[in-house]
Design a protein around this ligand. Structure first.
Ligand code: ADP
Ligand code: MG
Length: 234
């Protein structure tokens, strides 16, 4: 039998409790999951079920109230901020619903940014950014700024930026949420290609059509895992 792929990210009984005045919200009420290399996950569930909270923890953008998080085999739960941002830059790429590009920066500068944060010099990062722009079909738009691009093109810049430091894991929160359905499908084909090239993808969506591209579907409910489905969507 084939050995299972290595575990890329693992949460162990993570909880996230928000306190606002006397109210407590169990945004995550004890979640344990393993994400293996090369899997493509869709996280589904109604609004408020904890999808974004989980993705933010996986992205080291937030910390759990309790529980452990292991990324690339290392326990990140207790890491200092600068160590955490380094591991985030090396291992994770982010794709957001609103693209989150820097408006004043060009396509190539936006793609360079994660490399800049890792201390990679221009003479290395600029050609790589240009190559990534070509990879996502924007080789003719290097000097454009985001406002000069369509939504789909902006999301392609964001995908190229997410790939800049060659991370194993891509995290996407509603990556097609601001796009028309044809453009959304185009972005999903691109993510599907990256999955076939071996990337681990974890994507939040509430659209079944979009989730159908994934190989594993995680349904969240009230901060808990409701169920997991593997294989093509039936
Ligand atoms: P989803 O992405 O599935 O819509 P979220 O993870 O954003 O859900 O939120 C889960 C729950 O946690 C919701 O009840 C939400 O109101 C609450 N929540 C999320 N972020 C915060 C916050 N920063 N402060 C207080 N409550 C929050
Ligand atoms: Mg959300």
């Amino acid at each position: 039998m084939d050995e299972p792929a290595p575990i890329e990210a693992e949460v162990q009984d993570v909880r996230k409790i928000y306190r606002i005045g006397d109210e407590t919200v169990n945004a995550l009420a004890g979640v344990s999951l393993q994400f293996r290399r090369g899997e493509f996950w869709a996280i589904l569930g109604s609004s408020g079920s904890g999808k974004s909270t989980l993705l933010n923890l996986l992205g080291c953008l937030d910390r759990p109230t309790s529980g452990r998080y292991l990324l690339a085999g290392r326990d990140v739960s207790g890491m200092e901020d600068d160590e955490l941002s380094h591991i985030r830059l090396r291992h994770l790429g982010f794709i957001f619903q609103n693209f989150n590009l820097i408006p004043q920066s060009t396509v190539e500068e936006n793609i360079q940014l994660p490399m800049y944060y890792l201390g990679i010099h221009d003479h290395e990062s600029l050609p790589r950014a240009q190559e990534l722009a070509r990879l996502v079909g924007l080789g003719q738009r290097l000097k454009h700024t985001p406002i000069q691009l369509s939504g789909g093109q902006q999301q392609r810049v964001a995908i190229a930026r997410a790939l800049a430091n060659n991370p194993n894991v891509l995290l996407a929160d509603e990556p097609t949420g601001n796009l028309d359905s044809a453009t959304g499908e185009e972005i999903m084909r691109m993510l599907g290609d990256l999955h076939r090239q071996g990337k681990t993808i974890i994507m939040v969506t509430h659209e079944p059509d979009i989730a159908a591209h994934a190989s594993c579907r995680l349904y969240m409910k009230d901060g808990r895992v409701e169920r997991i489905e593997r294989g093509p969507m039936s």
